[in-house]
Each structure stands twice: as structure tokens, then as C-alpha cells.
Design a protein around this ligand. Sequence first.
Ligand SMILES: [Fe+2]
Ligand SMILES: [Fe+2]
Length: 318
Amino acid sequence: MTVRDFQQAFDEKIDKEIAIEPRDWMPDNYRKTLIRQISQHAHSEIIGMLPEGNWITRAPSLRRKAVLLAKVQDEAGHGLYLYSAAETLGISRDEMIEQLHSGKAKYSSIFNYPTTSWADMGAIGWLVDGAAIMNQVALCRTSYGPYARAMVRICKEESFHQRQGYEILLNMSKGTEIQRKMVQESINRWWWPSLMMFGPTDDDSPNTEQSMRWRIKRFTNDELRQRFIDVTVEQCKILGMTLPDPELKWNEERGHYDYGPINWDEFWNVVKGNGPCNKERIATRVKAHEEGAWVRDAALAYSEKQKKRNNKTDHQAA
Ligand SMILES: [Fe+2]
Ligand SMILES: [Fe+2]
């Protein structure tokens, strides 16, 4: 078979919605795009543990502590599924971690904002995990098999994350005046960065067209952003809170909410490493990795020992 035959077989699979699997032939750029996207996604799960991890010791009750702990632990699991999915494309986990720590690889810019009040645990679950779900549900049907399967599992947990966040805000919004103020202040800070999570507008997203053709992406950034806004506005009404956008208005003709301009300068600035917490996040991550070296060493030594022991028994049995 020539490259052209392989390419044709690949295109046919994509058209027929047959998943591409690790051993299948795939174009170099498809592989590269997926490695970039899946590893960025994995890094986002892992770095995403940090802003909420900061509040585990300060959770207001045992129940809240248990829930938050479970949620943060889930994110670690998501990171692991995704690193494994990326590894099937021929990159090692060490290489990905090195790219994250050196700043070569990106992760979602949302995690470079600080968490300054308990209400932020609510707003993150509701808005940040909510935005993530919009993206991830679409990815359950992405064309690369291991990525799609990881997403199915992840989505089940994400909907719990979204609800635990919303529940925090719902309770606080029925509380004292100070609690209501905390909720509103938190929503005001997280709203715009959540909208930025969907990435640049379609006109400004040069990779979208190719990714749509490969069926890695199923919807464009703007489509997903719009869908998120439409459902979130309604949920916000139930909280009795407002979203910090005076231009937010139902558009009968479009059947969607119109919204005000997003500050893309802020977005690019954070992506480039100048957000409020970029340096702190990477420093915390690198420190945790270094402090965990003994665990990795111990696990390796243990598996070596097991291997030797098994070899010996095989030998004796023979
Ligand atoms: Fe997650
Ligand atoms: Fe989550």
C-alpha cells in the first residue's frame, strides 16, 4: 500500500465515523494535533487541582471537605486517563510532564486565576466545570478512540462536579447578606474567564477547520460558548444572582442570548504566562513532582523486585 492508499483508508474511516485506533495509520499532523490537544487537556486537569486544593483545609464543614476532596481527586484521575490516551500516540508521560514544567506546553488559562473566597469553590464547579462539560460531551464522539473513551468516563464525573458547585452557591444564595455578596462577587470574577475557556473566536482559530474535518472537534469554539451562555443564564436566575455583562440579552430571532465583547487581550496575556498565578501554579506543580520522586523510585524498585522474584519462580517451575 502506498501513503495515498493509507490516507484514503483513513479518510474513509473518518467519514464513516469509525474510530481511529493507536495501531492505525494516521497523518502526521493528525497525530501531532491530538498529542498537543490531549496533553494540554491532561495538564489542565492536573493544574486544575491546585486552585481548589487550596481550600480543602478551609472547607466550612466535614461534608464540604469530603466532597471537595473527592472532586479534586477525580481531576487527578482525569489527568491520568488523558496522559495514558496521549501515550498511545507515541509520546511518553515524562516528556509531557517536562513540557508542562518547562512552560513549553499550555494548559487552560482559567487555572491561573486565584481562589480568594469559599464561594469560588461554588463558582468553579458551576462555571468552570460547567464550561468543561460543554467541551467534553462533544469530545465523547471525537474520532480518536482512546481519547473518546477517556471522555465518556470523565463526563460522568464532571456532571457531579458541576452540581456540587451549583449546590454550594444555591445554599449560600439562601444565606445571609454577606454570603449573598460573596456569591455575587465570585460570579463576577469567574464569568468572563469561563467564557474564555472555549478559546478564541472562530475567525481567530486557524486550527478549527482542520480539526472539524478530522472530527477531532465536533463544534466550533463559538458554538460551544453560545450553548454554555444559554444554559448558564437560566441557572443564574434560579440563584437570584446576575452575570456581569450589561449586554446579555435574549435575542428572539437568533434563539440565543447576545453577549458583550470578551477581553481577548486579557486572555492572550494569561496564555503567555502573565496571569495572576501562572508562576505560582507551575512552581507548586514542580515542587510536588520533586517531592514525589521517592514514591516513583519506590514503585520502580518494587516492580523490579517483583519481576526478579517472578523470574525465579518461573525458573524453578521449569
Ligand atoms: Fe476533570
Ligand atoms: Fe471537573
